[in-house]
Design a protein around this ligand. Structure first.
Ligand SMILES: Nc1ncnc2c1ncn2[C@@H]1O[C@H](COP(=O)(O)OP(=O)(O)OP(=O)(O)O)[C@@H](O)[C@H]1O
Ligand SMILES: [Mg+2]
Length: 317
């Protein structure tokens, strides 16, 4: 295969689209009358939403999201993708880091190096732990801050999805940034997403933001696989008492939102070590309760995908 270095090309592609010195859109547009506004609005609406085209060779797509930052989305996405590969080694699993401003998948999956372009001009994902990975962190150097507007983010996501040789994949797990912004909208409007796993911690501040995230997915018609409660409590290493350091309100909120808590992970001091060493907990702490729960989560996701598949086939007949 004629593999080429991808970075100069990708930089070229990005730079041709993202000229920061010449912003691509004008921030304010003035209208002289109300009928002028209505005419403009009608034109915009007539354009409609972009068509959701499948990713070639990718059977299912699962988002890992949360309105709130720092609740453990990437930790969940990384361990879920690896656990899916562990329990079903014959299945092809991918992990897309859609956090273009703060990519942390390369660190957590211990992937470095330049991705290459294949004969079809597609970027080859990098492989570790048997999982195909792609991240903006692999395409721009670590120290360079990414300063982009919404449109640029959408174009970057287009590159990370449609210009990557993902297929064949049974499931692509997508790690998303915090918030309910351009990235989520862009992914939801462009990709056929099978479901979203919403990660939250048990304190009310996080749960409030989680509700906003859940509302967004409802509006975007993306089904929610369930809630993952992270950092549910800390266990005292001496007496085994559960300390609800972040509160204990997840169940109540889940009931209000009509969602199921599909897995719950306690605080474990070793988790941060896994991140620093680039070895996900599913491998580094293979005998731990966390690893077992990630395997159970992976099982639930496989079952969700297969049920959805059967449902789709049944409605077609
Ligand atoms: N169950 C856990 N016990 C202890 N530490 C944890 C646990 N889950 C995640 N962490 C730690 O919390 C920090 C944040 O996790 P992570 O980066 O996965 O969150 P995130 O939601 O992806 O953050 P961001 O919104 O910035 O993308 C990391 O240092 C991680 O090691
Ligand atoms: Mg993250």
């Amino acid at each position: 295969m004629n593999i080429q270095r991808v970075i100069p090309r990708v930089h070229g592609l990005f730079l041709s689209h993202f000229n920061v010195n010449q912003p691509s859109c004008c921030a304010i547009r003035w209208f002289s009358s109300k009928s002028d506004i209505n005419e403009h609005r009608a034109k915009v609406m007539a354009k409609g939403l972009p068509e959701k085209k499948p990713l070639p060779g990718v059977k299912s797509i699962i988002l890992v999201a949360s309105g709130k930052g720092g609740v453990g989305k990437t930790t969940t996405a990384v361990n879920l993708a690896c656990a899916m590969k562990v329990i079903e080694p014959d299945k092809e699993i991918g992990l897309l880091d859609a956090d273009v401003f703060g990519p942390s998948v390369p660190l957590m999956m211990n992937i470095t190096g330049e991705p290459m372009l294949n004969d079809d001009n597609l970027i080859e994902p990098l492989l570790n732990y048997g999982v195909k990975c792609m991240s903006m962190g692999l395409l721009v150097s670590g120290e360079n801050a990414v300063v982009w507007r919404g449109l640029m983010v959408m174009q970057a996501l287009e590159r990370l999805t449609r210009h990557v040789a993902w297929g064949p994949l049974d499931c692509l797990v997508v790690d998303t940034p915090p918030g309910t912004g351009d990235t989520h909208l862009s992914l939801a409007q462009n990709l056929p997403i099978d479901g979203a796993i919403v990660v939250t911690t048990p304190q009310s501040a996080a749960l409030q933001v989680t509700k906003r995230g859940v509302n967004m997915f409802e509006k975007l018609k993306i089904p929610i696989v369930g809630l993952v409660e992270n950092m549910s409590h800390a266990m005292c290493s001496k007496c085994g008492t559960k300390n609800y350091v972040f509160g204990n309100e997840t169940k109540q909120s889940a009931d209000q939102m009509g969602l199921e808590i599909i897995e719950s992970f306690e605080v474990d001091a070793n988790m941060s070590e896994c991140i620093n060493s680039g070895k996900p907990a599913i491998y580094a702490l293979a005998d731990s309760i966390h690893a077992e729960k990630y395997r159970q989560l992976a099982n639930k996701v496989f079952k969700y995908i297969s049920d959805k598949d059967k449902e789709a086939k049944a409605t077609k007949q």
